[in-house]
Design a protein. Structure first.
Length: 128
């Protein structure tokens, strides 16, 4: 009888794709994507204290919509794939920027890094 590989905890990992590809423990929050679609807000502000999964949720949303990604496998078996919203997977151009690495520094130091990330996102979208 085959044994199932033991899942590990994703301590400190905040990238949805990595957690799913490494088969680490993950509490399925993918129905949040459906909520965003149904609300049809132009802007959504997510405020939570440090270490509450903001970046993980952002990368989940990015990986779901990003038309430059191939995300069918990492969303397989998750709740969002059982909804009408599943047809939207990898259909939208996405620019994803995080200020996570900018904390505690002056704008003069982080602006060039943020601009570089922004331009890289634009370049990736042009490939589509």
């Amino acid at each position: 009888m085959a044994t199932k590989a033991k899942q590990t905890l994703a301590i400190g990992e905040d990238d949805f794709r990595i957690i799913r590809e490494l088969n680490q423990y993950y509490v399925d929050k993918t129905l949040m994507i459906q909520d965003f679609i149904s609300y049809q807000n132009k802007v959504t502000l997510i405020t939570r204290p440090r270490r509450f999964g903001k970046t993980l949720n952002m990368t989940m949303i990015r990986d779901f919509f990003d038309k430059t990604a191939e995300s069918q496998a990492i969303f397989a078996g998750l709740a969002i794939m059982e909804t009408e919203s599943a047809k939207l997977i990898n259909t939208i151009p996405v620019i994803s920027l995080s200020f996570k690495s900018c904390s505690g520094e002056t704008p003069e130091k982080w602006k060039p890094r943020l601009l570089k990330k922004f331009l890289k996102s634009i370049k990736n979208m042009q490939k589509c």
